[in-house]
Design a protein around this ligand. Structure first.
Ligand SMILES: Cc1ncc(C[n+]2csc(CCOP(=O)(O)OP(=O)(O)O)c2C)c(N)n1
Ligand code: SF4
Ligand SMILES: [Mg+2]
Length: 283
């Protein structure tokens, strides 16, 4: 068994039934299938229920500030392009305070994988509306129903021609782990919008709700016209169905490889930093 499968000493603090368990298992499965050594992987998160994920996987981990996981992930990848960098955080984290970073990391096209735990609510802060809450969703922010339209990250990122855009479902671990594996293998910025039931604060969009709507798409994600159509299938209607799988993909050049090309090598040689020397300077 690959060490990436082994848990850390911390027990997940999520509510029983939380979709984050499925996402955690999917990441571990993907890393094990890719035969990654823990020293080759960094998982970067923000703040939120989902932001706790790096605590529970035996790789390098960095829990940053709410909304600021993408600049961290970008810096880590640019400094040490040999690492596999996975960013993970909630819909509030990535689409509210962190929304501007998503726009720009898409443009930079740094070779990282970003998993957004989309539970359509602020979980950790106990049930406020989030940027992906559906219009009419009753929350602590809007007890009479959210009056505004949600952000829709999939059409937004496909319109930006992000390098790889996917959707996954926390209730289908087999499919999600394959998607994470393909996203890590893809050379370029890969985004996965994971529909993640929050069983405590979003009792509308739970497993039963998704089970009726989610289906695996079989369109050609390298054809922009098909991808655009798929990203814009009927939404928030009685007959809504939710595609999961790779929605769009292209193979444009990445910023981290361009930095290497211009510098003639990796910006930071981690193997030249000796911990003993660093500790000695601090004594
Ligand atoms: C800079 C900053 N702003 C706001 C907060 C408060 N805060 C913590 S978690 C959170 C929202 C969590 O929702 P989401 O990102 O969707 O993650 P979830 O808990 O649903 O997984 C907020 C607003 C914070 N900790 N730091
Ligand atoms: S509040 Fe929701 S997102 Fe947070 S751990 Fe509980 S079920 Fe999961
Ligand atoms: Mg959330």
């Amino acid at each position: 068994m690959n060490i990436a499968l082994i848990n850390t000493n911390e027990k997940p603090q999520w509510c029983p039934g939380c979709g984050d368990f499925g996402i955690l298992m999917s990441i571990k499965t993907a890393l094990a299938n890719l035969d990654k050594d823990p020293s080759e992987v960094v998982i970067v998160s923000g703040i939120g229920c989902g932001g706790k994920t790096p605590h529970y996987i035996r790789t390098y981990g960095y829990e940053g500030l709410h909304g600021r996981l993408l600049p961290l992930a970008l810096g880590i990848k640019i400094a040490n392009p040999d690492l596999t960098v996975i960013a993970i955080g909630g819909d509030g984290d990535g689409l509210s305070e962190g929304g501007n970073h998503l726009l720009h990391i898409t443009r930079y096209n740094v070779d990282i994988t970003y998993i957004l735990q989309d539970n359509q609510v602020y979980g950790l802060t106990t049930g406020q509306s989030s940027p992906t809450s559906r219009k009419g969703f009753k929350s602590k922010t809007y007890p009479d129903g959210t009056p505004i339209e949600p952000v829709r990250p999939i059409p937004m990122l496909v319109s930006q021609k992000a390098s790889m855009v996917s959707a996954g479902y926390a209730g289908n671990i087999k499919h999600l782990s394959q998607l994470i594996q393909q996203s890590i293998e893809h050379k370029g910025f890969s985004y996965i919008n994971v529909y993640q039931p929050c069983v405590t604060w979003n009792t509308v969009n739970g497993y039963e709700w998704y089970q009726k709507r989610v289906y695996i798409t079989d369109h050609n994600p390298e054809d922009f016209e098909q991808a655009w159509k798929k990203a814009n299938e009927p939404y928030d209607t009685e007959w809504e169905r939710i595609p999961i799988g790779i929605i769009y993909k292209n193979n444009s050049n990445t910023l981290d490889q361009e930095v290497i090309r211009r510098l003639g090598g990796n910006p930071v040689k981690i193997d030249k930093i000796y911990l003993e020397d660093v500790l000695e300077k601090l004594r």
